[in-house]
Design a binder for this molecule. Structure first.
Ligand code: AMP
Length: 427
């Protein structure tokens, strides 16, 4: 295995890496595990505004093609109904750019929810206007309203205090259950919490309990697997996790920058030349911290960046000039799988290759299988890795699949998420 054993240590870290290390220090400043949940507040007879993530995909005929996000929100909604709250749901959908546009109306979500709950969810025709207000005012205990897409107002993404206040005036309690937008400081995700008692729903509670728990006090050995296209997108995660993990596994396009740092030729592989020094520093840091740092020993290379291009497997230090690395090779798959045996906690973010293409999906599939079989607390950080796990039918065997790609990445970077920071502490 190409590890950093033997790599020179003691050299000065690049200013860039120092800066990223400093940024990651935010993680322990907020005690995620101390946030109030729906169970910590009396909701009976109260109007409760719930920020959900109903940003669902649609097919060509305007039907919801994957209702997963709505289904996932049902636990919190049902809890509130059962505890006699007057429930006012809100969400964004797509990018209407601050204007009313019925293409992005949440009406189909109201119809889906009505079926799922077995009674009518009252759809408002506006967000904070007469329709939203009059329905909210007439709600009986256990009834549910859905207001229109919060992004129909440009003030939403600007976290405008006046708009936040108007949203808050619909209700007496605020519940945030939209982890996917918790890294954004918008009116409905953060601003509204300035005006109401604010707690999290079950979805956010699970995210912060499982991911926060892994970062604060992981069951060891703690192994992180990072992949995806670029090192530059994951520097924050790498530096934050280097302080916490026992093993760091690097695959995907970002591995080639590390190979370059080890002096290998990388052919036409995706490689960030301006990050080679940083990659060296990361490997030095891993060695200094005693972290086992694994990069691919062999690589599946293709002639061109095409799904049906000619391909072969070569040792990682023998990539020829006209070839590009598009997946990890079979020896690496085995080594990475072995590194997961006996792990206590595994965090995985990013594919091991161009997993969208069948010929270059084997590395990602083998990692998904190895994580599922590891018996570890397994956390899949949204995006492509979550999609791979679901497509392969391993979802049930993972401890937690994050509902937010960008948000989970920022959480793993140690950043404070505004949508969670805004919630009330238990004490
Ligand atoms: P990310 O969003 O950073 O997790 O990156 C995911 C993307 O990385 C996917 O679209 C993959 O196709 C791409 N990717 C993974 N490995 C490679 C590679 N070896 N070369 C080019 N792109 C890759």
């Amino acid at each position: 295995m190409c590890s950093v054993r033997g790599f020179a240590t003691g050299k000065e870290l690049t200013a860039n890496l120092v800066q990223h290390c400093a940024a990651g220090k935010g993680v322990n400043k907020m005690n995620y595990l101390n946030k109030k949940t729906v169970e910590d507040i009396d909701v009976a007879g109260k109007k409760v505004l719930v920020r959900c993530d109903f940003n669902v995909p649609f097919d060509g005929e305007g039907n919801i093609s994957d209702p997963k996000r709505i289904d996932e929100a049902l636990k919190t909604i049902k809890y509130l109904i059962d505890h006699k709250a007057k429930v006012i749901l809100c969400s964004h959908l797509g990018r209407p750019k601050g204007e009313f546009n019925m293409k992005y109306s949440l009406a189909p979500v109201a119809a889906y929810l009505s079926k799922a709950l077995g009674f009518e969810v009252k759809m408002a025709s506006d967000v904070v206007g007469e329709s939203a207000k009059s329905i909210a005012a007439s709600l009986k205990d256990g009834e549910v309203e859905l207001i229109e897409n919060v992004r129909f107002h440009k003030e939403e993404e600007k976290n405008d205090p006046e708009f936040s206040k108007q949203l808050a005036s619909l209700a007496e309690i605020y519940v945030n259950d939209a982890f996917g937008t918790a890294h954004r400081a918008h009116a409905s995700t953060a601003g509204v919490a300035d005006y109401l008692p604010a707690v999290c729903g079950y979805l956010i509670q699970k995210e912060i309990t499982v991911m926060g728990g892994a970062l604060e006090d992981p069951k060891r050995p703690f192994v992180a697997i990072l992949g995806g296209a670029k090192v530059s997108d994951k520097i924050g995660v790498i530096t934050n996790l280097l302080d916490k993990v026992d093993t760091l596994i690097i695959g995907g396009g970002m591995a080639y920058t590390f190979m370059k740092a080890l002096g290998y030729s990388t052919g036409t592989s995706i490689c960030e030349l301006d990050k080679v020094e940083l990659a060296k520093d990361i490997m030095t840091m891993a060695k200094d911290k005693g972290v086992s740092f694994l990069i691919p020993e062999d690589t599946v290379v293709g002639m061109e960046y095409k799904p049906d291009t000619e391909f072969k497997t070569v040792p990682s230090d023998q990539i020829e000039d006209n070839w590009m690395g598009l997946d990890i090779g079979p020896k690496t798959r085995e080594k990475f799988a072995n590194a997961l045996v006996g792990a206590g906690t595994v965090v995985w973010n990013g594919p091991m290759g161009v997993s969208e293409w069948e010929n270059f999906a084997a590395g990602t599939i083998s990692v998904a299988k190895a994580v599922a079989e590891s018996g570890a607390i397994s956390i899949i950080g949204g995006g492509d890795s979550a999609a791979a796990v679901e497509k392969l039918g391993y979802a049930d065997r993972m401890t937690h699949i994050s509902t937010g790609g960008g948000a989970s990445l920022e959480f793993l970077e140690g950043k404070v998420l505004p949508g969670i920071a805004a919630l009330n502490d238990k004490n």
